[in-house]
Design a protein around this ligand. Sequence first.
Ligand code: TXA
Ligand code: MG
Length: 340
Amino acid sequence: MKTEIKAITPDSIREAKNIIEKGGVVAIPTETVYGLGGNAFDDSAVAKIFEVKGRPSDNPLIAHVHKDYDLSQIVDYEPDYAKKLRQAYPTGPLTLVYPSKNKVSPRVSCGLDTLAVRVPSHDGAQAFLRAVGIPIVAPSANISKHVSPTSAKHVLDDFDGKIPLILDGGECVGGIESTVCDCTGDVPVILRAGLITREDIANIVGDCKVYEPTFAKGEKVKSPGLLYKHYSPRCQTRLFTAEELETAVLLYQSETKAGKKVAILCEDKWSSLFQTLGAPLFNLGKEQSEMAMKLYKLLREAEEKCELLIAIEPTEKTGIMVGVLNRLQKACVSEDIKRD
Ligand code: TXA
Ligand code: MG
């Protein structure tokens, strides 16, 4: 199959709609990362998404809808605090998990009685979702475990020959995936940190908890995606905190001496230190939103250029950095979490 990249125009949207209506999958841009989209009502389209991504069969998908979509068609119940969140963020990097039974293909939520719904703010995504008029399930458009894609080129690198069409909506400005927030209980609970923070949500609805799985055997993990190694570049990685900078420098020196191609990923404040050592550098920059936007792009560049990436955790750890740090830590773990 030939994979085409097309800018978003009425013609390419019509083509994408045709593919979706025939049960196919299409990559679409969003403001966070690119998604691999298919018809949420179509069992075989949903199965195709899992298959082409190599996604574990117990990791549910997010349904994407346009901003005037009638939510009652796909969810059973919406608590008042979720309504408030939707008013505050009619579109954007926020996914809300609702009680929902038998509304979309049972494969979407992998047997859970809930459905995750997101209304992306990206204009191209909105135009596409409005044209198709149905919920589109779309996981990040990367091969499972690989770094999420923030450009059409990243999607092509993972799926060339495997999907017919990538709608090109430019580089994603958000850079990390949406905040996933459970809305099935008395208060919202963040299942995956993102660009909308716990503080943002608590300011709107008064309270917001953060889900912390213990990974104990028998615990029903609320968001199965939490169990997996994720976002990982195809080179070796080592992660250090800023307090461990000296150890990172020693490792850089010894591995370079041993003949390995080593590079550094760090925030701007350490860049001159590593430059004086002559280290190839992937600079996350200074601002928090800049670091979020650049993280995946730099991880994908790094895997092309080095055998070992030494990453230094950004020093700021609050706000959106909770999400950035979470992605960086998962990118650098070596295996899925073992449950014992
Ligand atoms: O920004 C995003 O959310 C991107 C773009 C494409 O919209 N999508 C994305 O999808 O990141 P994916 O499939 O890579 O991640 C979905 C996350 C997973 O952690 C999954 O476990 C969780 O959402 N999730 C989906 N449905 C859920 C549900 N019913 N209950 C709990 N967690 C759910
Ligand atoms: Mg993903």
